[in-house]
Design a protein around this ligand. Structure first.
Ligand code: PLP
Length: 372
């Protein structure tokens, strides 16, 4: 079978259920306070691509370790990509996901950048549906608790070969992990550290791809931030150290006094967040004028000090919207919160996104896809 023929044919998934599934009472216990990324469901998806045969051997099988040859290319050259999404349970029990086509498209862009094979959108979405159908008991009741089932599709070079070239055998997989509310008891603003010694991504690099290497390279900056009492680091462009890019795992928005909502434009070193794109649409309903452009870090510092910038927040699938309180750097800090400050736009935009995701308002843009 040629690669093209394999591409045209949709994957069919062979389902093998675990005999010793987690008892319902135990799942219910876990779902009381699932935290993030520490418990996994009973099953996983696995599919294999080979240069000769294309995609095939798609399965839903019991969750468990991979058997990986020590020479598997991913362990040496980091040829790997991933996605992060959520499954939301609506009040009627049905289970939905948010803009999966956007994640499928980003996964395809990441694949091209890392010289991995593209998984067709239909197969990507079907793999989520297959896993969530089998493990549907693990999708928490959403409601006010904002709980969900986090979905982690990923792809890696599994060929055992130490030559540096695109792998001829690649593994695709999806695992799922119940996720609790990021914030319990109201939004808590985070403090950010401006990382000037470390960049997350560079011009012509892999910043716009969701590949493991970007996260590995963000860790030193993150640690530096934590050492300075901050929650996360904000990365600047690596060429001039002048312009705001993003956090290690979230995009940024600044709201100005005159009603503009500004976010760094996509320069190739920033990840194009699905939440970011959605906020650019939703913000208009809040009376804000969206603006995508290069933002000098000085504009943030000065605007926060002068009151020109009234709010800053970070956004991403995991935490949805997170207000930023203080900004610190080597030799200074600024806090844009005045007395009586409320993160009005962060709260309104966050509530609107969650209302759509949990089916509490009409999905007028067709952003939801039913999984179960
Ligand atoms: C580096 C980075 N930027 C931004 C985001 C936000 O993207 P999304 O809104 O698609 O979750 C993420 C999270 O996926 C990320 O890892």
């Amino acid at each position: 079978m040629s690669t093209d023929a394999a591409k045209a044919e949709a994957l069919t998934f062979e389902v093998t259920r675990r005999e010793d599934v987690t008892p319902s009472e135990r799942i219910a216990e876990i779902l009381v306070d699932p935290g993030f990324g520490k418990t996994f469901t009973d099953h996983m998806v696995v599919a294999t691509w080979t240069a000769d045969g294309g995609w095939g051997d798609a399965k839903v099988k019991p969750y468990g370790p991979f058997q990986l040859d020590p020479a598997a290319a991913v362990l040496h050259y980091a040829q790997e990509i991933f996605e992060g999404m959520k499954a939301y349970r609506h009040a009627d029990g049905s289970i939905w996901t948010f803009r999966p086509e956007a994640n499928a498209a980003r996964f395809a862009r990441s694949a091209r950048r890392l010289a991995l094979p593209v998984l067709p959108e239909a197969d990507f979405i079907e793999s989520l549906r297959q896993l969530v159908t089998v493990d549907q008991e693990w999708v928490p009741a959403g409601g006010a608790g904002e709980k969900s089932l986090y979905l982690r599709p990923f792809m890696f070079a599994s060929e055992a070969f130490l030559g540096v070239r695109p792998a001829q055998q690649v593994t695709y997989s999806v695992i799922a992990s119940p996720a609790g509310a990021y914030f319990s008891g109201g939004l808590k603003p985070v403090t950010l550290w401006i990382s000037t010694d470390y960049a997350r991504a560079g011009e012509g690099g892999t910043g716009a791809a969701k590949c493991g290497g970007n996260y590995a390279s963000s860790l030193a900056g993150q640690l530096e931030g934590i050492e300075h009492g901050c929650d996360q680091a904000v990365f600047l462009d690596s060429s001039t150290h002048t312009y705001i890019e993003e956090l290690g795992g979230m995009n940024l928005f600044l709201v100005t006094k005159d009603g503009r909502i500004v976010t760094p434009e996509l320069t190739g070193s920033i990840l194009e967040g699905v939440t970011r794109n959605s906020i650019l649409e939703i913000a208009k309903e809040e009376g804000l004028e969206p603006e995508e452009r290069r933002i000098p870090i000085e504009e943030w510092k000065e605007g926060a000090a002068s009151g020109e910038i009234v709010e800053v927040f970070a956004c991403g699938t995991a935490a949805v919207v997170t207000p930023v309180g203080e900004l610190r750097w080597n030799g200074g800090s600024v806090d844009h919160r005045r007395e009586g400050h409320v993160d009005r736009y962060a709260e309104a935009i966050r509530a609107k996104l969650l209302d759509i995701q949990y089916g509490r308002v009409e999905d007028s843009r067709g952003w939801l896809t039913r999984l179960v």
